[in-house]
Design a protein around this ligand. Structure first.
Ligand code: PXP
Length: 242
């Protein structure tokens, strides 16, 4: 089965917020991604609202036809805003104000009591829940115990490896965690720092159902257009499985 692509459009909103104007419109980017074959749209509704705004989530919910995945911190405040917007998926991520982007996975073991309440609340609102975690067996087992529907493995360590480093140990760690997730009945996703150069070994892991990719697609779209940037990524991912 081919691996699905969720396109993260946060950086379209980053560009818009740089001038606090209307352009570029993230909803337009989502529609272009959808038309190019993206299987889902992802946005991160950050506590500081530095890029995606509440109105973006509301409009996406109304307009796109592929599943909408909203990443957010496991905070009561954000969830209170988000739950009435009814995204298909919520991905819980760690969040600090100082970071440029999400740094490292959520520690589901440490946060288990807190996450349990939040996951229950989301699931009882018919919203499926994914936890962004590092590819560590204890974290996968805890996600399963907490009744998450999916886990998204942080590929940040793999993506940040220097060119001269051997990627195999980190790839094996991600593959092993994906096999465990799949054995437990959790959907396995992956993402962070993936681009046309490094995506294929991750896309080739058979248990991984979907990749979430943002920065490299939006960056490439600035140069070649959104449609082509999404199609190129889909082609690279499909080639890795053929
Ligand atoms: N997955 C999660 C949980 C993220 O926080 C991000 C970044 O917003 C991504 C995937 C996409 O990462 P990138 O923008 O590096 O492709």
């Amino acid at each position: 089965m081919s691996v699905r692509l969720g396109v993260n459009i946060d950086h379209v909103a980053t560009l818009r917020q740089a001038r606090a104007t209307r352009d570029p419109e993230p909803i337009a980017a989502a529609l272009l991604a959808q038309n190019a074959g993206a299987h889902g749209i992802t946005v991160h509704l950050r506590g500081d609202r530095r890029h995606i705004q509440d109105r973006d989530v509301r409009l996406l919910r109304e307009i796109i036809s592929v599943p909408l995945n909203v990443e957010c911190a496991a905070s009561a405040e954000t969830l209170e805003t988000l739950i009435p917007m009814r995204p298909d998926w919520v991905t819980l991520v760690p969040e600090t104000r100082e970071e440029l982007t999400t740094q490292g996975g959520l520690d589901a073991v440490f946060l288990q009591a807190h996450l349990k309440t939040i996951i229950r609340e989301l699931r009882s609102s018919d919203i499926r829940v994914s936890l962004f975690i590092d590819p560590v067996p204890d974290q996968v087992t805890m996600a399963n115990r907490l009744e998450a529907d999916a886990v998204e493995f942080n590929t940040g360590v793999y993506s940040d490896l220097p060119r001269t480093a051997d990627p195999r140990p980190e790839l094996e760690r991600i593959a092993k965690a994906s096999r465990l997730a799949s054995k437990l009945g959790l959907r396995a996703l992956a993402g962070h720092g993936l681009n046309l150069q490094n995506v294929q070994p991750i896309a080739a892991i058979p248990e991984i159902a979907e990749l979430n990719i943002g920065h490299s697609i939006v960056g490439r779209a600035v140069l070649v257009g959104f449609d082509r940037a999404v199609r190129e990524m889909l082609e690279a991912m499909a080639e890795a499985r053929s």
